[in-house]
Each structure stands twice: as structure tokens, then as C-alpha cells.
Design a protein around this ligand. Structure first.
Ligand SMILES: Nc1ncnc2c1ncn2[C@@H]1O[C@H](COP(=O)(O)OP(=O)(O)OP(=O)(O)O)[C@@H](O)[C@H]1O
Ligand SMILES: [Mg+2]
Length: 348
């Protein structure tokens, strides 16, 4: 797979509404733990329109899953503040009944681990049918027909027979397809896919990404694709949000991000991608150091201890990186949270 070539996801369609389908503003999520408060997401803002895919990328622990669970209103023991609007309707503070009406019908999620999200004691067909019945109040036979149709749509061979099998009888790639079938059975407008291809080999990964892209083109779905793999982002996303330590490090249209990354962290992620012209024995270039502690955040830029730009800075610049938290600034369509961002034509 040519990891660095953006294969041109389809552009906006005429179904594009001027208003974003999902609009997240100043979202913060904090957990209380025995070791103190954990600020897992800190003032995050983004939006997604119909027919578009937002890629959210970042290292393990950067807050990607916590963000997606917040959109679905699935944090019961966390303090969630800010605003999450779906079609203009505020979701934060909405009661469980209101959220349940939206989950499944208007927004659906493919979870990071398909096995733990499928019930081992019910057949795959029963689980998809039940999901449909709950949301559409459909009759058993109709729901069951819909389950078989959905299995066929996501490319499961012999869907009639496979609907009667249990999750453990499916391969990892097929379980992931089942998750997609379940998520799409109720025709949501927003699909949040949390690492839908991480555990899969590259061929199955490509099939799953193509499947989501086809369903998006057919239905004008808005997609949030969460991944730590910039290769996946290059293939499917229109816009990208790079997260670091629970915050936005950089946001840009995908081509801009790949051509001119402004934040040293994004640059580091891009440099760690394998290239087709790499010698076989060349080791992967990971970003040295480890992600920041969310328990006791440093006062300055969270990336400063690992940042090559900060390491090369003079004393006064370095002091700024170490003591002042950089706000998200820069051009409107391409903000970055860095005191010395590398924008085109700007020497930092
Ligand atoms: N229920 C919880 N209670 C306390 N801390 C939590 C809870 N859920 C998540 N966290 C913390 O929030 C931070 C962000 O977690 P999150 O699951 O969003 O990471 P992620 O970006 O999805 O990582 P990965 O790529 O490994 O899936 C982590 O430090 C995690 O330990
Ligand atoms: Mg996660």
C-alpha cells in the first residue's frame, strides 16, 4: 500500500448541507481517579459535514476514544463540558432517553474492539435484528430480513446462513464487517469509526476502508475516522485533527497537512511513516520520548520535552515552550498549537 499517496477521497457532494452535521466546541472531558483528576480531553473543537470524513489521529492515550464516546454521550462517570451539536441539537446535558433516540438512528459507532462489543451468546443475525427492532419498533421477521440484507451489503458471503452463527465463528475482518452492518442497520447520518482496521491485515483493512467509503458515497454519511495510522488518514480523510495529550495540535485539510505540516508533532508523525523508497532494513523512525502525563500536565507546551524545534531553540524561545501553553492559532483553515509553527513562507 502506498502509504504516502492520498488516493483522493471523493469531494463534497451536492448533498452537502451548509451547516455542519456535527459541531463540537470547547469539549473537555475529565475523570476523577484515585491518583487525581485526569484531563483526557481539553477544549477540543471540530466539525464534520455530510459526505465528509474527519480523520482524528494521535498516539495512544491522546484522547481519541474519549472524544468519540463523549459525542455518543457514553461517559457516565466523567465531567463533560463544552458543546456537541448534532443538526444543531445540543447533546451535552441531554437525558438518556433523548440520547437513546439519537444513538443508532442518527449516529452510530464502530468500537475499537469488535469482539468485546458483540455478545458471545447471541447469533450475529439476532444482534443486528435486535438493534433494528429497538430503534424502528420493527417486527421480528422484518428486523431479521434487514439483518441478512445488511450482512450482504457489507460483503459477508452466504448472509442467510452466517446470520445464524455466533461471533466467535467469524474471523476478525468479518467481525469488523458485522460491527459495520450493525452500525449502519439503522441508517445513521454520522458514523464514528474507532480504529476499525487496527487488528486487521492490510488486504482486509483496505476492504473495510473501501466499504465505509462506498457506504459514505451512497448515503452521504458523515464519518469520523479515529486512528493512530496516518496512512489510513491519507486514504480516507478529507480533513484531519491531530491530537496530542487531549488537545488539538493541528487541524487542516488532508492535502495541506501532508504537504505542509505546521506542528513539529505532526512532522514527527509523518517522518515515522514508512516510505516506499525506504531500504528494507531501515528501522521505523518513532518519535522519541513518551506521551505527556494527563495527571500532572506541565505548564508549557505538552510536546516540548520531545520537540526537535524546542531542542534547537535559543534560551528565550525554549523558556516560552517550557512555560507558556501555546494556544491554537494560525490561519483559519490550518491552526496549530505551537509557538513556532512551520507555515509556508514563515521561518520559525
Ligand atoms: N474511564 C476512565 N477513567 C480514567 N481515565 C481514563 C478513562 N478513560 C480513558 N482515560 C484516560 O484518558 C486518556 C485518553 O484515553 P483514550 O482512550 O481516549 O486514548 P486513545 O487516544 O483512544 O488511545 P488508543 O490509541 O490507545 O486507543 C488516557 O490517558 C486514558 O488512560
Ligand atoms: Mg482509543
Amino acid at each position: 500500500m502506498a502509504l504516502l499517496s492520498h488516493e483522493g477521497a471523493p469531494g463534497p457532494t451536492e448533498r452537502d448541507a451548509p451547516e455542519p452535521l456535527l459541531s463540537v466546541r470547547d469539549l473537555s472531558v475529565a475523570f476523577t481517579t484515585a491518583r487525581g483528576p485526569v484531563q483526557a480531553v481539553d477544549h477540543l473543537s471540530f466539525e464534520v459535514r455530510r459526505g465528509r470524513t474527519l480523520g482524528i489521529v494521535g498516539e495512544s492515550g491522546s484522547g481519541k476514544s474519549v472524544t468519540s464516546l463523549a459525542v455518543l454521550g457514553l461517559h457516565t462517570a466523567a465531567e463533560v463540558t463544552g458543546s456537541i451539536r448534532l443538526h444543531g441539537q445540543e447533546l451535552i446535558g441531554l437525558d438518556e432517553r433523548g440520547l437513546n433516540r439519537l444513538r443508532g438512528r442518527r449516529m452510530a459507532m464502530i468500537f475499537q474492539d469488535p469482539l468485546s462489543s458483540l455478545h458471545p451468546y447471541y447469533t450475529v443475525g439476532e444482534q443486528i435484528a435486535e438493534h433494528h427492532r429497538v430503534h424502528f419498533n420493527s417486527r421480528r421477521a422484518a428486523a431479521r430480513r434487514r439483518a441478512v440484507e445488511m450482512l450482504a451489503e457489507v460483503g459477508i458471503p452466504e448472509p442467510e446462513r452466517r446470520a445464524g452463527e455466533y461471533p466467535h465463528q467469524f474471523s476478525g475482518g468479518m467481525r469488523q464487517r458485522v460491527m459495520i452492518a450493525m452500525a449502519l442497520a439503522c441508517e445513521p447520518e454520522l458514523l464514528i469509526a474507532d480504529e476499525p482496521t487496527t487488528a486487521l491485515d492490510v488486504t482486509v483493512q483496505a476492504q473495510i476502508l473501501e466499504l465505509i467509503a462506498r457506504l459514505q458515497a451512497d448515503r452521504g454519511l458523515a464519518v469520523v475516522m479515529i486512528t493512530h495510522d496516518l496512512g489510513v488518514v491519507a486514504r480516507v480523510a478529507h480533513d484531519v485533527l491531530v491530537m496530542y495529550g487531549g488537545r488539538a495540535a493541528e487541524q487542516a485539510p488532508v492535502d495541506t497537512l501532508f504537504a505542509t505540516p505546521a506542528h513539529p508533532y505532526t512532522r514527527g508523525l509523518l517522518d515515522s511513516l514508512p516510505r516506499l523508497d525506504d531500504a528494507d532494513d531501515e528501522p521505523l523512525r518513532a518519535i522519541p520520548g513518551s506521551p505527556p502525563s494527563l495527571l500532572a500536565p506541565a505548564p508549557g507546551c505538552a510536546f516540548a520535552p520531545r520537540c526537535p524545534r524546542a531542542a534547537a531553540a535559543d534560551a528565550s524561545e525554549r523558556l516560552r515552550c517550557d512555560t507558556e501553553r501555546p494556544p491554537l492559532g494560525g490561519p483559519a483553515g490550518h491552526p496549530a498549537a505551537c509557538h513556532f509553527p512551520a507555515y509556508e513562507g514563515v521561518t520559525s
